[in-house]
Ligand binder design. Structure first.
Ligand code: KIV
Length: 264
């Protein structure tokens, strides 16, 4: 079955959770989609996971087009979303040109990181037939502004601004919103304040969907595992089994558990 934005809207309306994983090539997008994961994210996390960089900043639009094309070839019906990399969406016109390149490569939705300053770009993309997901909270492309990969929205002002940003982006035509590393209570309030589906990573159990970086949940990312990640390979004897276990844990509400969440 092909997953569309409409499928995700219906799932939100019915209180059904959906799952999302990154995939950067045909083999893994095939594995993820055949396991019934609803959304594939060709994330710029590929800079860290595949290219071994310290951050996502060196990733180029050419890298993203290449990996989107590869992932699209293996996809068996999941909704395919691709990231616009650092520096590729500073004006609405640049955003449209680079988003069109990702859509031509096989993306069905693009993702950008930021807040209300993106409203004009979101509107322009919607007018041109390009659905947008806006990533808020810990936006990894701004790691140098944050001074590290830190939980966001812990103080009252930042939390209020994040919810206001979400509402404005929703009104501007964003098709989906994504929250990374924010307290669970904020994510719950945010998800209830907007009409579109919200995906969370390190944002607690109350967002409409959950996303993880595939290599993190398979336990093959070098270094320390972030708090919000669970190793789904543990207890499984295949990658397919681990991916299916993730999908089931999201749908049943077993993931994320208390130990994968942040408080205010
Ligand atoms: O690039 C990526 O993989 C992401 C996820 C962390 C949500 O943006």
């Amino acid at each position: 079955m092909n997953i569309t934005l409409d499928s995700l809207r219906k799932m939100k309306a019915g209180g059904e959770k959906f799952a999302s994983l990154t995939a950067y090539d045909a083999a893994f997008s095939h594995a993820v989609s055949t396991a019934g994961i609803e959304v594939i994210l060709v994330g710029d996390s590929l800079g860290m996971v595949l290219q071994g960089r310290d951050s996502t900043l060196p990733v180029t639009i050419e890298d993203m087009v290449y990996h989107t094309r590869c992932a699209a070839r293996g996809n068996q019906g999941a909704l395919l979303m691709a990231d616009l990399p650092f520096g590729s969406y500073s004006t609405p016109e640049q955003t449209l040109e680079n988003s069109a390149a990702l859509m031509r490569a096989g993306a069905q939705m693009v993702k950008v990181e930021g807040g209300r300053w993106l409203c004009k770009s979101v509107e322009l993309l919607a007018r041109n037939g390009i659905p947008t997901c806006v990533h808020l909270g810990l936006t990894p492309q701004s790691v140098n502004v944050f001074g590290g990969f830190k939980v966001q929205g812990r103080d009252e002002d930042a939390a209020r601004t994040m919810i206001e940003d979400g509402v404005l982006l929703d009104q501007s035509g964003a098709a989906m919103l994504l929250l990374e590393c924010v307290p669970s209570a904020l994510a719950q309030q945010f998800t209830q304040s907007v009409s579109v589906p919200v995906i969370g990573i390190g944002a607690g159990p109350d967002t409409d969907g959950q996303v993880l970086v595939l290599h993190d949940m398979l336990g093959v990312t070098p270094g320390r595992r972030p708090r919000f990640v669970k190793d789904f390979m543990a207890g499984q004897d295949s990658i397919d089994g681990a991916i299916k276990a993730f999908g089931e844990a999201v749908r049943s509400g077993q993931f994320p558990a208390e130990e994968h969440q942040f408080s205010s």
